[in-house]
Design a protein around this ligand. Structure first.
Ligand code: GLY
Length: 358
């Protein structure tokens, strides 16, 4: 099954890469193709012949099963320097195409390198994780972490196309799949209640590798991508409604960056699931989210550190922590201001929910 979701400037082609990619490339005339690939995606995927580039930079991302959030540690200026260097060695000109094959880290960082190399060369995204297919690869946000702050440096620039092939989902460990599912939940809660109905019936077992067919994934991916596409089309540069995509992310980023510095890092989605519970505090949603994700114990001693991190969030003005939560209608945005006390109360409430710990 293939389908296309059209954004004003580029398509998202959903379906087997063997059908979508060669047909798209045939219509283009690029001087060279340079692939930036996630080592894991390459290791698990047996169709590398489809990759049109001979020049390649492989980002040595650790396997997600070994180290949750490990690839995030590579999303920095040092890795960019290695990528730009490889692009220069390959003598890329401005008529070249960069192909980013991998998860959110490779898409964000590879896109950033492409967007800044010689003032910008075209790039396409081939997301290989659920998170990247449904969220990171769409909407033109590119960037890297800096001085411990996530996505501190970056630009907006759209890809020429996004190719989402559910076959890659079979190569992901269950934890990685579940991580991406947090963004699917987010999209359903902010804009597609029919998708939310489907999610409520999803069991944690369904999110293990190989338990859903490519067509079943397409039925989830298509509406989820459509929500993201609709929002970034309405507000490409985040002056308004796009803030809705940050639902769960103010608390989520703080939790993610805190645990990244411990021996037990969380995946992005695990952190966003905690964030959605703390920010949304809606009972049925909380129940579903905790059923799928479990609960990470959250001792009060870490609350001040989380609060400090929440204040780095780009949405904050004059020290107040603002969170974006869904309103009562699909695609409606509510901005709430969280005081320190209220943030602590919500974190404590999260920690008190009766759910299995992970
Ligand atoms: N992932 C949030 C956004 O694209 O705006």
């Amino acid at each position: 099954m293939t389908c296309t979701i059209h954004l004003p400037d580029y398509p998202v082609l959903l379906g087997p890469l063997s059908e979508t990619l060669p047909a798209w490339l045939q219509q283009k005339k690029y001087s060279r193709i340079f692939v930036i690939a996630d080592a894991n995606a390459l290791a698990h995927w047996n169709n590398t012949a489809l990759l049109p580039g001979t020049e390649m930079y492989v980002v040595p991302c650790p396997p997600a099963s070994e180290h949750a959030g490990g690839a995030e540690r590579l999303k920095n200026l040092d890795t960019c320097a290695l990528i730009w260097n490889a692009m220069q060695q390959a003598r890329l000109d401005r008529q070249a195409l960069v192909v980013n094959l991998g998860g959110g880290v490779v898409g964000d960082m590879g896109g950033f390198c492409a967007a800044t190399f010689k003032r910008g060369v075209d790039f396409i995204q081939i997301p290989t994780t659920l998170l990247a297919m449904t969220d990171a690869a769409i909407g033109g946000k590119l960037g890297i972490d800096f001085n411990g702050i996530k996505n501190a440096l970056g630009v907006f620039r759209n890809p020429q196309a996004v190719f989402a092939d559910p076959v890659f989902l079979e190569t992901l460990p269950a934890r990685e799949l579940r991580s991406g599912f947090a963004e699917v939940i987010k999209h359903a809660l902010i804009g597609d209640y029919e998708l939310w109905e489907k999610i409520q019936k999803t069991t944690p077992e369904a999110l293990s590798p190989g338990s859903m067919t490519a067509d079943a994934w397409t039925e989830i991916l298509e509406p989820s991508i459509a929500v993201k596409a609709q929002i970034v089309t309405l507000d490409p540069h985040e002056h308004g409604i796009r803030a809705l995509l940050n639902f769960g992310h103010t608390v989520g980023h703080a939790v993610e960056s805190y645990f990244l510095e411990t021996d037990e890092p969380l995946t992005h989605g695990e952190a966003v699931a905690i964030g959605m519970v703390c920010e949304g505090l809606l009972s049925t949603e909380t129940e579903t989210i905790l059923r799928i994700f479990g609960r990470r114990p959250m001792p009060e001693s870490i609350f001040p550190k989380l609060w400090e991190r929440m204040q780095h969030d780009k949405k904050n003005t004059s020290g107040a922590v603002r969170i974006a939560v869904p309103g009562t209608e699909p695609f409606s945005l509510q901005i709430l201001e969280l005081s320190r006390e209220e943030a602590f109360r919500r974190l404590k409430l999260y920690d008190s929910f009766d759910s299995f710990e992970f």
